[in-house]
Ligand binder design. Structure first.
Ligand SMILES: C[S@@+](CC[C@H](N)C(=O)[O-])C[C@H]1O[C@@H](n2cnc3c(N)ncnc32)[C@H](O)[C@@H]1O
Length: 244
């Protein structure tokens, strides 16, 4: 019989959801664009073999694995032990993972780039100021001259198109009651909270945390590109640099 895994007490509302989803997370269509997204990141963040990348809220490690296969050294952190275990299983050489809360990161330099994609660790917070703690941790983890790529859910898109979700205009949070299925097909009702942003808020937040925003683009999963922000795509992708 398999020994029971030592599952920590949840620190975050997403942990039981990740535990239920397990590998079924990778069945969601939004995870299918990993190769295109990594092509874009390699090219626009200037990543080369030997670059050191931190993946904040790495989930089951799809970007970390793809980048490591290209010779990049990637360390992924995630609040979900279940996702960290999945990411560690069959990880290619150069990809390592640990359970860590993005709000409490203690890295002090050492990374050429930081990625936080698909709301990873940045957009699934609910407390006031928690996003600032995450961005400050990201800034601190980077070497001077380092670059960050972060995706954030769009407030405009949420208000216009996110049927079935409630948007809290005061906090910019979207709230959705929905159903998720495990790898064995078991269904579970969950409460999903997503922090949403406008490009202006992203610029202000990142500047406050010591990053210089180089671009904010309207993107969707599997279609990362540099293009002006609009109200029509679910996510904004920010590229920002630590200049001093
Ligand atoms: C929608 S998933 C995205 C995962 C991955 N970046 C991807 O693109 O597939 C968001 C991830 O962020 C993680 N997360 C949320 N809050 C976090 C926190 N405070 N610290 C670390 N990870 C967090 C979740 O556990 C989840 O794996």
């Amino acid at each position: 019989m398999e020994a029971p895994r030592d599952v920590p007490e949840p620190d975050h509302w997403f942990e039981p959801i990740a535990e239920h989803l397990g590998s079924a997370y990778l069945r969601y269509s939004f995870t299918r664009g990993t190769v295109q997204e990594c092509d874009f990141l390699v090219s626009h963040l200037g990543l080369t073999a030997g670059s050191r990348v931190l993946d904040v809220g790495c989930g089951p490690g799809r970007h970390a694995h793809e980048l490591a296969r290209r010779g990049i050294t990637v360390h992924g952190i995630d609040i979900s032990q279940c996702f960290v275990d999945l990411a560690t299983t069959d990880a290619p050489r150069g990809a390592t993972f640990e359970r860590m809360d993005a709000r409490k990161m203690t890295f002090d330099g050492g990374f050429d780039a930081v990625i936080s994609l698909c709301q990873g660790g940045f957009g699934l917070l609910t407390g006031q100021g928690e996003d600032e703690a995450v961005v400050r941790g990201i800034t601190k983890a980077m070497n001077t001259g380092g670059v960050a790529a972060m995706s954030a859910f769009s407030s405009y898109f949420s208000v216009r198109y996110h049927d079935g979700a409630t948007f809290d205009a005061c906090t910019g949070t979207s709230h959705e009651l929905t159903e998720v299925r495990s790898a064995t097909g078991a269904s579970k009702q969950v409460d999903l909270w997503t922090n949403c942003y406008t490009p202006r808020e992203l610029r202000l937040l990142l500047r406050l945390c010591g990053l210089h925003v180089e671009s904010i683009s309207s993107v969707e999963p599997g279609d990362y590109a540099l293009r002006p922000p609009t109200t029509e795509t679910p996510e904004f992708l920010v590229i920002a640099r630590k200049t001093e």
